[in-house]
Design a protein around this ligand. Sequence first.
Ligand code: P53
Length: 480
Amino acid sequence: MSLRKDFLWGGAVAAHQLEGAWNVNGKGISVSDVLTAGGVGVEREITNGVIPGKNYPNHEAIDFYHLYKEDIALFHELGLNCFRTSIAWTRIFPNGDELEANEAGLQFYDDLFDECLKYGIEPVITLSHFEIPYHLVTEYGGWRDRRLIDFFSRYAKAVMTRYKDKVKYWMTFNEIDNQSNYFRTYSTWVNSGLKFEGEEDTKLGRERASYQASHYELVASAKVVELGHQINPDFKIGCMISFPSLYSKSCKPEDMMMQMVANQRRYWYSDVHVRGHYPNFIKKLFERRNFNLDITIEDLAQLERGKVDYVGFSYYKSFVVADEHGKSPEFDYVETQDIVDNPYLDVSDWGWPVDPLGLRWALNWLYERYEIPLFIVENGLGAEDKVEADGTIHDPYRIDYLRKHIAAMKDAVDIDGVDVIGYTPWGFIDLVSAGTGEMKKRYGFIYVDKDNDGSGTLKRSKKDSFAWYHHVIDTNGEEI
Ligand code: P53
């Protein structure tokens, strides 16, 4: 047996990508409710409020809100022992700044978690997965404003108290490091409610706003970690980062330096989460840029008191970094400028490099750096599926992708001694793509009959990968 006996085998989703019911039972509008459908090379539009007639794929999604009982029965049939989802902040605090929680929202998650626990499926909960109340953006400018720390803490306190005997595994901010790619407004928008105008819409302006928002989120995260441990000392509270393994294009020293800086610019987030303080390279960056950020002594003390118990991360792909623009001596890495193609790897239909060995690299990198348990909370292949005339769906490409990644994870455990506590493949039931808003970019073992234009019966059916993953879980990963 290579994996732990209590290994968490699950599947991962996020509320806004599957629940639908965007305005039901008091739910408020979230930042994902104002995103239209996009596609490859077509960014999702961020509209000013909800505009009638536009296509907002998250509004209905796969209607898990109404269909969750049937779906969880299917998850049980699949053999999961955990289920990673998020709580939609706007079901609990529709505008984000209320003093009292919305009981109907709290009740929904009570029922949902009870349904999971009935089957022995442990909920693994993300507190903020691209679901900031839209009102906090229009009234406060999103995470630019320090007051969001209190709003977020109030929300976290409400749900952690309510579900203290139902949920043990928590994560604070999903893929908090994506906003380091501050030229992609989609990322700063879903992470922090930031879009840019005027003077702020410059490199320096975007960078500063992203770092300020990130700082407040890190403080909020630490506050909630501390609070959660008071509510229930058995809670395991993690951070959640997106981890593309970052390779150097060559052994040219400048490329190696760029790779190092690229790692710093993304993974300083987990440094703060795990170690409770800022690394020097980020402090120096703030100094050089004259950012003059609002970071108080109390904030720094709070970071120190709120270190996470584990590192949750998503892994889909690796990137190659090169110093092609002569950026010495700062090596000011910018994701949209300094990434080049990897000639050794194939890419998915959505252009994501497929790199199973990169997962082993990621696990080693993170474990060496932090020496705390790691949880792979997302991994998977977005692909188009074809339903045959007899209703079957053959997805050998998906099985192949996951099999190789699970094998790489096992090597990291067996050969390298990395402590991995669980694996939850992304979108194991088809859902709305975050990046493009499409339905046809499918990750699931469970097919959902719905198209990009919103048509379809929402009927669920099993793909070939369903039986395959069931067997993987049954054998605790021995037979993949
Ligand atoms: P989609 C970018 C890069 C890596 C992961 O992504 C990302 C993103 C955002 O698009 O998001 C995570 O749906 C995220 C999920 C998301 C999943 O990866 O664009 O945590 O919400 O659905 C896959 O194919």
